[in-house]
Design a protein around this ligand. Sequence first.
Ligand code: ADP
Ligand code: MG
Ligand code: MG
Length: 886
Amino acid sequence: MGKKYVYVWNKNRVEGNSKMKDILGGKGANLAEMASLGLPVPPGFTISTEVCKYYWDNNRKFPEDLAPTVEEAMRELENVTSKKFGDNKNPLLVSVRSGAAISMPGMMDTILNLGLNDESVEGLAKLTNNERFAWDSYRRFIQMFGDVALGIPHEKFEEALNEVKNKKGVKQDLELDANDLKKVVELYKKLYKEEGKEFPQDPMKQLWISIEAVFGSWNNPRAIKYRQINEMDKQGLLGTAVNVVAMVFGNMGEDSGTGVAFTRDPNTGEKKYYGEFLTNAQGEDVVAGIRTPKSLDELKNINPKVYNQLLEVMDKLETHFRDMQDIEFTVERGQLYLLQTRSGKRTAAAAVKIAVDMVKEGLISKEEAVMRVKPSDIEKLLHPIFDTEELKNAQYIGKGLPASPGAATGKIVFSADDAEKMAKDGEKVILARPETSPEDVGGMNVAEGILTSRGGMTSHAAVVARGMGKTAVVGAEDIVIDLKNKVIKSNGVELKEGDWISIDGNEGKVYAGKVKTVRPEGLAGDISVLLEYADEVSVLGVRANADIPRDAKVAREFGAQGIGLCRTEHMFFGSERINKMRTMIVSKTEEQRRAALEQLLPYQRSDFKGLFEEMEGFSVTIRLLDPPLHEFVPESDEQIREVAKTIGISEEELRSTVKDLEEFNPMMGHRGVRLAITYPEIAEMQTKAIILAAIDLIKEGKKVQPEIMIPVVGNVKELTILKESIKQIADELIKENNVDLEYKIGTMIEVPRACVVADQIGAEADFFSFGTNDLTQLGLGFSRDDYGKFIGDYIEKGIYEKDPFQQIDREGVGRLIKLALDGGRSANPKLKVGICGEHGGDPDSIEFAHLVGLDYVSCSPYRVPVARLAAAQAAVNYKRGKTVNY
Ligand code: ADP
Ligand code: MG
Ligand code: MG
C-alpha cells in the first residue's frame, strides 16, 4: 500500500481537518473542517501537497498509485452528487483549485466548470432548462482551461469575447444570450487552433491536464518570486495541494450569485459584517471587477433567507476559528454554499482592534492577541503617513534607504543653521545633506525630516533620526544634493532651497512638492491595551535610549521601563553648551580642563535630574563620556575664534591642537574609558553630576536608581580604576548629604576582548550592557561608516543573511554575547544584562535577547512599543516550542 494522497469530504465522511494545512493546504484543510461542522460545502477531495513535492522531485511524474485513487475519489463524488462525470445528460462538473499551506493570493490558478464538452453542454442546457447558463459555463471553462492549463494568453480570450459584444453593441457579459455565447465558444475554439492547442473533449483528460497545471503552477516565476519576497522558502512548504470540488452555480439567474464576506471590517476592524456580491455571476467576477459588486447589506433585501443564513454561518466560523474570517460563498437558486474560509487579511489598525476586541469578547487569550499583530503593524500605526489620495499625484524623484519611518514634508534647507533659523520662523523644513554629523543635530531636531545622499542604515543621520523619531531617507544615491549651489537634482527634476519636498521613511521614497500627511492616533486606545497584554506575557524588559528629559518622557509614555542608555555627550549639542564642551576637549592643561568641566557640571546635573524625574521608580543607565573626540572639535573659523577666545590662546595654537587630536581610526582611538583613564577629571565631574542630581531628588522624596556605565572596557583593570574613583566620589557625596542612595556601576560590553574576559569583568560589575553597534563593528571587523559599500554583495551572496548592524549576527556576535553572559554570570549571578545598541529595537534581535536570557533590551523611544510587542512574541514562541534556548 502506498502513501495516502487523497482526502475526501462529503456528507458521508470527512478525512481532513483544519490542522492538516501542511498536507492539505489552507483551502483544503478548511473546506474539510467546514464540512465536519455540517456547513453547506459542496463535496470534493484534496490531492495532498506531498504529491506536488513528489511531482517536482521526480521530474514531473506522479506516484503510480495516484491515478486509481483519484478515479476512485471521482466515483465517490459521483455517488454523493448523483451525477456522472462525462455524462451527456446529467454531467458532474468540478472545479480544480490550488491551495498551499500558506496563502499565496493570485499566484496559482483555478479552473471552473471542468467536465463540460460539446455534448454535455447541450445536456446541461436541457436538464436545467437554462441554455444561457450552460453556454456561459462552457465558455468560461474553455477560457480558463486554455489560459491556465495550456498557456493561451488571457487577453486573446478577452478580445474574442469583446468582438462578440461589440458586434451586438453591448457592454456587459450578462447582455449576451445563449446564441451569442455559442459564438464566443466558436471563436475560442478557433483561437485554440491558431495557438496550436487542442481542447480535449474527454473530461478525464481535462481533469489530469488541469491537475498537472495546478501542480506545475507551484513553480511558475510569479509564485517563486512571491515565496522569495515573503521569505517562505525556509518554512519547509511541500508545495500546493489540488482541490477538486463539485461545482455549484452562481450563474443560474437572478436568484443566484457569488460573493466574498468578512466577519469584521478588514479596514477598521469594526465588528460588523462586511462583504460584496454579484448576482448571476461565477467565481472570480467579484474580484476581477467586471461589474461593480453590491454591498452585502443589499443581499438582505434581495434574499433575506440567504442573508440571515450567511450571517449565522459567519458567526459560527468566526467562533470556531477564533479569528476574523474571509469567506467565499455562492448562491445557487437560493441555496447558500461555502467555498472557502480563511483568516482575513487586515490593515494594521484592524489587526490591533480585532485582537483587543476578541480578548474582551472572551474569544482569544491575551497571549493569542499578542501574536495576532505584527511588530511592523505597530510601527505603521505610530508614524505619520502620506495621504494615499495625494500620493497618487505626487512627483516621484528617487529612492534611498528607509532609515527612520514616517512621512514628512517641508521646505528644503541645506544646513542645520538654516534649518534652525527657518524653523524659528515657523517654517516646516526638510534638512538635505550629503550626510550629517553631530554638528547637525540641532538642525535635525527642528526639521520635519532628513534626507541624505550617502550613508547606510546605521549612518549618523539614520541613528540620530531614529532616536528622535524623525522621518529619514538616507543614502539616496541617485539624488544629487549640491550644497554649493543649493539645489537638489534627480531624474531631471531640479529643486531649489525653499522648494517643497516630501520623504517617505517607510519606503525610502522621495517626492517633489508638498504631500499631505496624516498622523495615526498615538499610543491611545487599543494599541495601549494590546501592549499592556504584551507586557504581561513577556519576560524581557524594555527600556529606552534617551539622552534628554523630553525623550525620556516620550519613552515613558510609550511604556519604557527605564533608560538603558543615556549618551552624555549628546547633552552638549545645545548652542550654549557646545563651545564649553569644545573648550574642555582642546584644553591643554588639567586646570583648563577642570575649569571647563566645572562649567559643564550644572548642565549635566540638571539634565540628569530631569531624566531621573521622568523615569522615577525605574533604573536609569548613564554612560560616561564615550565619543571619539573628533566629533566635537571646533571646525569652522567662527568656532575656532570663539573657543580660542574662551581659553585664551591664539587661533593658530588652537588649530594645531585640533590637528593633534586627529586620529587615523577614531572609532578605535582615544575614546570611551580610555578618555577617563587619561583625563580622570571628566569621569569625576560626571559622577558628581549624576550623584548630586540623584541626591536632589531623594531630598524631594523621590525614588532614584542611577546606574553608571563605563564604555569601551576591554580589560578589567580599566573598570577597577574607574570604579574606585567613582565609588570614592559618590560615597563621599552620599555621606555628606546624609541620604540613602543606591547606585550601580557597570560596563558596556562592546569590545570582543571584554567578552573573552567577562568572568573577570563580571566579578567587578553590577551590570553589563551590550553595545551591539560597536560589538558588531569590532567583532566582524566591519567599519560602521564604510560597510555600506560591500554589504549588499554579502547579502546577495548569502554570506550574511541580513545587515548585521540591523539584525544581530547570531552565530558570530551572538556567540560573543553568550560567552560574555556565561562568563559574567559565573562570576556574579546577580549581574543584570541588557542590550543597548540599535539591535535593541529589532524584533529578531529581541528574540535572540530573550533566548539567550538577557534581562532587558533598550531602544530609541519611538521603537519602545514595537520592542514591547516583539519581546512578548519571543516569549510566546519560546513557550510554544517554536524556538530553543541558546
Ligand atoms: P483563489 O485561491 O484564487 O481564491 P479559488 O480556488 O478559491 O481561487 O477559486 C476562485 C473562485 O472560484 C472563487 O470565487 C471560488 O469561490 C470559486 N469557486 C471555486 N470552486 C468552485 C465551485 N466548486 N463551485 C463554485 N464556485 C467555485
Ligand atoms: Mg479563493
Ligand atoms: Mg559604543
